[in-house]
Design a protein around this ligand. Structure first.
Ligand code: COA
Length: 389
C-alpha cells in the first residue's frame, strides 16, 4: 500500500430512515438501492456496476442463502457478481472493506455496497436469539449473557480502573440524542437530559435504557469507484484513503483486557499506517457506540483520547458538534439506530454527506478528514476506514 494513495472514491451514498419501519427487508433493500443509484450526481447505469456486496446478518432468517442476488436484481443488473458479507454488527464496514480491496486490486472499477436489517418484527425471544448468535454462543449465550450484559461487564471493569462512570455515560447518551434530533433519518430524533438518562430503567447494571442502542430496521448503501473514474460520476467525490481490520478472541474470557478492544486497536493501526494523516488530524468520527461505554473504549483504542481519558473529553463537550472532535454527528448507533448489517455502511453515508458539506443542521464545519469505526458483536472483529475530501 502506498502511503497516502487515494485510490478509491465514494461517488454516491444514501440510506433509508432507520427505526421501526413497516417495510420488509427486501423492500428496504429495494428502496435503498434506488436512492443510492440516484444519489450519484452525474448518474450511473447498471452496466457501470462491476460487483455488489450485501451486508446483512439475515436477522430472523429472512433470506439466509443467496440474499446477495437480490442486490443484483434491484440494481438492474442481475448478472452482476455479488456476495453476502456477514460479520455480525461489523458486516457493513467489512463489506466496504471487501469492495475497497477489489477496487484496489484492479479487478473491479465500481462497486455497490448495501447493508440491510429488519429487526423489529421479531418477538423479543427471537430477537434475543438472533442477537445472541452474534456473540460467543458456547460460553456467553448459553449462560444467559446478553450484549447489554457483556458491555456491562466492560463498564464495571472500566469503572474499577478509572473511577465513577455514570456521568460520562450520560454525556455520551445526551450528546448522541442531541445529534440524532438533527438527523431526519435517525431512529430517535429526541433530545434527552442527563436526568432522563440517570432515571431510565437499568438493563444490565450499570447500563440503563439510554446507554443502549435500539433494535432498528433500515438499509444504507454506498457506491465506490476507482479514483480515476470518479469524475465520470461526480465533481465532489470523497476519498476512502485507508482501511484496517482486526480480530480478537470471540469470548470475553479469552481476551487480554475487558476495557480495550484489540480488534479496534489493530484495525486502527493498520489504517493509520496506510494513511496520509494521523489520529490527531481526524476532524470527526463515526464510532461504534452500540452501548455508551463502547464509545469511550473506541475513542481510547482509536488513539483519539488518552487511556482512561475519554469520559473527560465527553464531559468537557469536546465530542459534541462544535467541539474539537465531534463524535457521532449522525446520532451514532445510540440515536440514529442500529440495524446490524446497515450500521457500518450508514456511518460512511454520514461521512460522505459531512465531507461534501451537505449534512444540514448537524454539519461539522469545514470537515476534511474523518474516521469510521465498526465493531462486530462484543468486539471480536473491527474495521476502521479513513476518509478525506
Ligand atoms: N434507547 C432509548 N429508548 C429506547 C431504547 C433505547 N435503546 N429501546 C427502546 N426504547 C424506548 C422505546 O422507544 C419505547 O418508548 P415508548 O414507550 O415511548 O414508545 C420504550 O423504550 C420501550 O420500548 P421496547 O421496544 O419495549 O423496549 P425493550 O425493553 O423491548 O428493549 C432494549 C430495550 C434496551 C433491551 C433493546 O433496545 C435492546 O436490546 N437494545 C440492544 C440491542 C443490541 O444488543 N444490539 C447489538 C449491540 S452489539
Amino acid at each position: 500500500m502506498v502511503r497516502g494513495q487515494r485510490s478509491v472514491a465514494v461517488v454516491g451514498a444514501a440510506q433509508t430512515p432507520f427505526g421501526t419501519r413497516p417495510e420488509s427487508a427486501p423492500r428496504l433493500l429495494r428502496d435503498c438501492v434506488r436512492e443510492v443509484l440516484s444519489s450519484v450526481d452525474k448518474g450511473i447505469a447498471p452496466a457501470d456496476l462491476g460487483a455488489g456486496y450485501l451486508a446483512t446478518l439475515g436477522f430472523g432468517g429472512w433470506q439466509l442463502g443467496d440474499a446477495a442476488a437480490l442486490l443484483a436484481e434491484e440494481a438492474g443488473r442481475p448478472s452482476m457478481p455479488t456476495v453476502r458479507v456477514e460479520n455480525a454488527c461489523a458486516s457493513g464496514g467489512s463489506a466496504i472493506r471487501q469492495a475497497y480491496h477489489a477496487i484496489r486490486s484492479g479487478e473491479v472499477d465500481v462497486a455497490l455496497v448495501v447493508g440491510v436489517e429488519k429487526m423489529t418484527d421479531l418477538t423479543s425471544r427471537r430477537r434475543r436469539f438472533w442477537l445472541g448468535v452474534s456473540g460467543d454462543t458456547e460460553w456467553e449465550r448459553l449462560a444467559g449473557l446478553t450484549f447489554a450484559g457483556v458491555y456491562a461487564l466492560m463498564a464495571r471493569r472500566y469503572a474499577m480502573d478509572h473511577g465513577p462512570l455514570e456521568p460520562a455515560l450520560a454525556a455520551v447518551a445526551v450528546k448522541n440524542h442531541a445529534n440524532g434530533a438533527r438527523n431526519p433519518h435517525a431512529h430517535f430524533q429526541k433530545v434527552i437530559t442527563a436526568e432522563d438518562h440517570d432515571s431510565s430503567p437499568l438493563v444490565a447494571d450499570p447500563l440503563r435504557l439510554y446507554d443502549c442502542s435500539p433494535v432498528s430496521d433500515g438499509a444504507a448503501g454506498v457506491i465506490l469507484a476507482r479514483r480515476e473514474l470518479a469524475a465520470r460520476f461526480t465533481d465532489t467525490p470523497v476519498y476512502l484513503v485507508a482501511s484496517g481490520g482486526g480480530s480478537d478472541h470471540l469470548a470475553l474470557q479469552d481476551r487480554e483486557s475487558l476495557t480495550s478492544l484489540r480488534a479496534t486497536r489493530e484495525a486502527a493501526q493498520e489504517a493509520f499506517r496506510a494513511s496520509p494523516f494521523l489520529p490527531k488530524d481526524v476532524q470527526f468520527a463515526e464510532v461504534h457506540d452500540c452501548f455508551t461505554i463502547a464509545e469511550l473504549l473506541a475513542l481510547e483504542d482509536l488513539g483519539l483520547a488518552p487511556r482512561g481519558g475519554a469520559g473527560q473529553k465527553e464531559l468537557a463537550g469536546d465530542t459534541s458538534l462544535g467541539g474539537s472532535l465531534p463524535v457521532n454527528p449522525s446520532g451514532g448507533l445510540k440515536a440514529k439506530g442500529h440495524p446490524l448489517g446497515a450500521t457500518g455502511v450508514s456511518q460512511v453515508v454520514e461521512i460522505f454527506q459531512q465531507l461534501r458539506q451537505a449534512a444540514g443542521p448537524r454539519q461539522v464545519p469545514g470537515a476534511e478528514r474523518a474516521l469510521a469505526h465498526n465493531v462486530g458483536g462484543s468486539g471480536a472483529t473491527a474495521v476502521v476506514h479513513l476518509f478525506s475530501r
